[in-house]
Design a protein around this ligand. Sequence first.
Ligand code: GTP
Ligand code: MG
Length: 229
Amino acid sequence: MILQRENIPNINQISTELSRIIGDDRSNEIRQFFTYYQQCQAGANEIGTKLDNLDSEFQMRDNHNPIHHMETRMKAPQSLVRKLAKKGYDFNFNAIKDNIFDIAGIRVITNYLNDIDTVEQALTQQTDITVIKRKDYITNPKPSGYRSLHLVVSVPVFRTDGPVDTPVEIQLRTVGMDMWASLEHKLRYKTKVDSAKIEKYGDQLKQYSGELNHIETQMQAIFEDLQEN
Ligand code: GTP
Ligand code: MG
């Protein structure tokens, strides 16, 4: 099951918004960009289909779905411009292609911890997939307590003039990790409290991440025991 995390802005909206941010005189660059934007979206569709197909195969073979659900999102133009600026670039098509790999993102929420490894292996061993970047925040959680496996993969998208390799960011996490990350994000960014106030709960939030991990490890052990019987 793939959920769209938010409405994907249509090309006209993006174009209008980008013209407003970077100026009308850059329309050529904007056109080039949204051709790429659409390509990235197609890349996420390709990955989503691959994962869906793998999940069905596991269900048939093992009577177990590794994937609980998936969410896709396209980076909003303002957040793209902000990220470029943070990295020291103006809005520039080449800077985007060379530095921004998460225009299209897909989040894969798995049922159990081991499912993350299962899904990663099954996807990345496919001959048309290349892993560009891999960050394992499960083996090495972030100081905040954040856990997930982040991959950027390249997948060919077949366009009218042939195949083009396209980057897609994939975040793999369990339901427990997803619950923690969603709520922590809301607490950190969405509450109106000042940041010093939330910081005092930092240790507590980190501890909860560890506790959830402990619970998920034990629930996986129960699952494995039941599978054997
Ligand atoms: P960027 O170029 O900024 O994407 O760098 P990066 O990909 O190296 O960043 P990172 O690996 O830190 O991943 C960024 C994404 O991970 C964010 O958009 C969040 O979705 C998620 N993330 C990272 N750290 C945290 C955290 O402490 N809390 C929560 N809730 N999410 C986090
Ligand atoms: Mg990122």
